[in-house]
Design a binder for this molecule. Structure first.
Ligand code: AMP
Length: 498
């Protein structure tokens, strides 16, 4: 029986309000997998290290020596979780790894991925980036039939569906399970003999494939994880594709019904991915520059310098500077030794977080008319704080430019975006935000130009998921249903703390 926990006590444990969905586990993650090389776990460790920006809450690796799977996972960043001894323990020629972005604390170690299970299909493990939107419906049905879940991760339903599929072949059971789930998933699945890389039919989250000089096949969320391990990019995994790697070679399957459209996450390009990565067949750096250029055309400013909010907005600021002819300078310094302010639990702490995260280079902005480029305003906390600091440092005028349209809608497909009532642009006009931020001018990039900016270097024209800006969710999905799922989930979390 679920026992509801008094709100006050829950606040004490979580140091936050439990009914605020931004404090539930998030599914922004980084994944890496390799097949066919000695010390596979060591490569995976390096790959995860390069993907650290995609998740800092927990890290895990599962490896295979052809007979057994070995697993180690822990809370925190990759370099803290693993040491030489642990990596040595992860024997074998194949491995998958996962970085998780969540806010739930040490008691949720068992939510750390990859998750590994034993079943009549043998041992296997799974690492997931994305968010399964019908996970809780399926979970409820499975629980009614007697399934007992080990974690509160949406991904776990895939194991249960596979086990109940009635299929003997591993691939058949995987396809059976995935045909039942909806939403966003880039997945790596490892059994003692096979590595699978899978992208959901709409292709929400990225997944790339490469080849190591040893001949090993490698998969990762972004290509920056290839560069650190000397892996050559081959291609993206296609939306709806399952790639299987065995000792015999690489095979590709398209077992899902045809979808009307693709829905690649536009926000990966705008904010989330590293600029030295190629994802969705294009360079994130080129896309960000192009966003900045369009922004300068759409919202010019009379100014002396352009600065970007590090790290994610620096390249867009460069694009703005190139297009406008206003010199780019380093006006803000970011400390890399604390996590992203976004994951801090309380408004009060978030405010403080912005201060310890950024500092202003006073001589760069003093007595200047400054264009500040950022990629998004969510709650407005970061901008408010930064603008105050830049003003205090002596800037004459501040013109804020956002290299994306106003973020008005939450994301159900795996990006950590606050609820609608927390998003400042969902309840305020641009004039009101400008007034609130106390700046001379504010300009957001239009959705038309944001889409145009994605088409760089002859990259293929893609269909994007831009629901966070437009509210056009590519999968029919009820916000209310989602919030109910989250409420249900909060009860599980309280149970766990007890
Ligand atoms: P806020 O302070 O809530 O307005 O957040 C805006 C800041 O958070 C911007 O500087 C963004 O670069 C950054 N940001 C945007 N999206 C995310 C996200 N999903 N996770 C963490 N930080 C984000």
């Amino acid at each position: 029986m679920k026992v509801k926990f008094p709100q006050l006590l829950a606040n004490k444990f979580f140091n936050c309000k439990i009914n605020n969905p931004s404090y539930y586990p998030k599914e922004e993650c980084g994944i890496y997998g390799i097949f066919g090389v000695e010390e596979a776990a060591n490569y995976t460790y390096l790959g995860l290290y390069a993907l650290q920006h995609r998740g800092q809450e927990s890290a895990g690796i599962v490896s295979s020596d052809g007979e057994r799977l070995y697993r180690y996972a822990g809370m925190g960043q990759v370099a803290h979780v693993f040491d030489q001894e642990k990596i040595k323990m992860l024997r074998g020629f194949a491995a998958i790894g996962h970085n998780r972005y969540s806010t739930t604390g040490a008691s949720f170690l068992r939510n750390a991925q990859p998750i590994r299970v034993e079943s009549h299909l043998g041992s296997f493990a799974l690492a997931h980036n994305g968010n399964i939107t019908n996970a809780w419906d399926i979970r409820k049905q499975l629980e009614e039939k007697g399934s007992i879940f080990q974690t509160t991760v949406d991904t776990e339903i895939i194991f249960h569906l596979m086990a109940r599929s009635g299929k003997r072949e591993f691939l058949d059971s995987l396809v059976y399970a995935l045909r039942k789930v909806k939403g966003a998933y880039s997945l790596l699945v490892l059994n003692p003999h096979e590595l699978y890389a899978i992208r959901d039919p709409m292709g929400f989250r990225p997944l790339v494939m490469g080849k190591h000089k040893s001949g090993a096949i490698v998969f990762a969320s972004e290509t920056c994880a290839f560069d650190i391990t000397d892996v050559e990019y081959i291609r993206d995994i296609e939306p709806g594709e399952i790639v299987r790697v065995t000792k015999k070679g690489v095979e590709s399957f398209f077992p899902f019904p045809h979808t009307k459209r693709q829905a690649l996450c536009i926000f990966e390009n705008i904010y989330f991915a590293r600029p030295d990565s190629y994802i969705f067949n294009r360079s994130v750096y080129e896309v960000r520059k192009s966003l900045g250029r369009y922004l300068a055309i759409e919202h010019p400013a009379e100014a002396d310098v352009v600065i970007g909010v590090p790290d994610s907005s620096i390249v867009a600021a460069l694009g703005y500077s190139e297009q406008s002819g206003i010199p780019f300078t380093t006006g803000l310094i970011r400390s890399h030794y604390i996590g992203r302010t976004f994951i801090e639990p309380e408004q009060k702490i978030r405010d403080f977080g912005a201060k310890i995260k950024y500092n202003v280079v006073k001589s760069a902005v003093k007595d200047k008319r400054v264009v500040v480029v950022d990629d998004s305003i969510m709650r407005g906390t970061t901008s408010k704080k930064l603008i105050k600091m830049i003003r205090k440092a002596g800037a004459k005028e501040i013109h804020l430019r956002i290299s994306a349209p106003p973020t008005r809608f939450p994301c159900f497909y795996g990006i950590d975006i606050p609820t609608r009532h927390e998003l400042i642009a969902s309840s305020h006009t641009i004039e009101e935000i400008q007034k609130y931020l106390k700046i001379e001018s504010l300009g957001y990039l239009s959705i038309e130009n944001a889409r145009k900016a994605m088409e760089v270097n002859n990259s293929p024209v893609c269909q994007w998921c831009d629901a966070c800006f437009t509210g056009n969710y590519p999968l029919p999905f009820q916000e209310e249903e989602y919030n109910n799922q989250k409420t249900l989930f909060s009860e599980y979390m309280i149970e766990e703390i007890r």
